[in-house]
Design a protein around this ligand. Structure first.
Ligand code: MET
Ligand SMILES: [Zn+2]
Length: 356
């Protein structure tokens, strides 16, 4: 599904129309790999599984999220860098190959899934609207702080020595590798500050990258009071970049704050808003563990996301510690909502065909 070079402003509009009005982003990728038994206590985190002996697990997680109803799957590249693989003893060439593999494995999973949809007779895939839904591969780009692997993507204080240029130089090669590998989208994720948002926007312009992108921030919250750069400042860095088609928040919890955060973003951007919060637990960098912070049950997650739709978001999913089960709930809620809209407006053709 090579969608590069298309006139980008209509890209998401067409995609959202085909999805029925809202799109489902996958759930926590790396934490799902861990739940399936992968040991990701490593600087490469999920990218460790790109090494061929574990690539079947990467494919499996992609397929689990596709089975759950995802329209967009994020690659296992969040913490993947050529220098990271070199530090493990791989050659430069092997490192580049591993980065490309992240996109290839996701494409393989999409092909397997499409194939299954035509052959499988289970109720889920027999359902027309699931079978025909569009699926995009988004290359996951973690922040410089994620590469540092010390939890600083949640803090975003890189110090004075790190400039916009440092960040552009850091991301340039990896982004180009994923574009060349045929990703449909570039997902700049868990961005902790305005500096990095600016670096991404400049990088897209300087390299003339035509692949559409989204930028997604981590909102640093002390209860509901936000800390760090303001949402306005962060969003404005991406707002003027024509390749950035959506702006939003990920890996921020607890989800009950999401409604308010989306409202902030709606004021800061004219682009579609996306949201994929984590489970509401807090990552503790010192111990490399997730600690319960809100007592939020998984059952509360889906209603919280649903309220995000009322606040005006168009893309919904889950981040760390959410699972295919969570995503099934989100997809169900989104498709249900679309069906309601369909009844009222007679507008969204995928669903209207079935219902009318
Ligand atoms: C720390 S946020 C991580 C987001 C990334 N898409 C992942 O799961 O794996
Ligand atoms: Zn996350």
């Amino acid at each position: 599904m090579g969608l590069r070079g298309k006139e980008t402003p209509s890209f998401f509009r067409d995609f959202l129309d085909k999805c029925g009005g809202s799109a489902v982003i996958d759930g926590g990728f790396a934490t799902e790999l861990e739940r399936l038994g992968a040991d990701l206590n490593d600087e490469l985190w999920s990218a460790k599984c790109l090494i061929s002996s574990s690539s079947h697990l990467v494919r499996r997680v992609h397929l689990d999220y596709l089975d759950a109803g995802a329209n967009i799957i994020l690659t296992a590249s969040y913490q993947a860098t050529v220098q990271g693989f070199e530090a493990k003893g791989f050659s430069r060439e092997e490192g580049v190959t591993m980065l490309k593999r992240s996109v290839e494995i996701a494409r393989e999973a999409r092909e397997i899934y499409h194939d299954r949809c035509t052959k499988d007779s289970s109720d889920f895939v027999r359902n027309e609207r699931f079978r025909k839904r569009p699926i995009l591969i988004a290359a996951s780009v973690g922040s410089y702080g994620a590469y540092l692997a010390d939890g600083s993507e949640y803090v975003g204080e890189y110090g004075d020595a790190v400039t916009v240029q440092t960040l552009k130089d850091f991301h340039r090669e990896r982004v180009k590798i994923w574009v060349d590998a045929g990703a449909d989208l570039i997902a700049f994720e868990t961005i902790p500050n305005k500096l990095e948002a600016q670096a991404y926007a400049e990088l897209l312009d300087e390299e003339g990258i035509e692949t559409p992108a989204w930028v997604s921030f981590i909102a640093r919250m002390k209860a509901m009071g936000l800390v760090g750069d303001s949402i306005f400042e962060c969003a404005s860095k991406a707002e003027s970049c024509k390749q950035v088609l959506a702006i939003g928040i990920n890996c921020t919890g607890p989800p009950r704050f999401i409604h308010g955060l989306i409202s902030f973003f709606k004021k800061a951007t004219s682009k579609p808003v996306l949201v994929y919060p984590n489970s509401g637990e807090t990552y503790i960098a010192e111990s490399n563990q997730w600690g319960k912070s809100s007592g939020l049950a998984e059952d509360d997650f889906v209603p919280s996301i649903g309220k995000g739709g009322d606040a005006g978001a168009f893309f919904f999913g889950g981040c760390c510690r959410t699972t295919p089960k969570t995503l099934r709930g989100i997809a169900g809620a989104i498709y249900g909502k679309v069906q309601d809209k369909c009844k009222k407006l007679g507008k969204y053709f995928f669903f209207c065909k079935e219902k009318n």
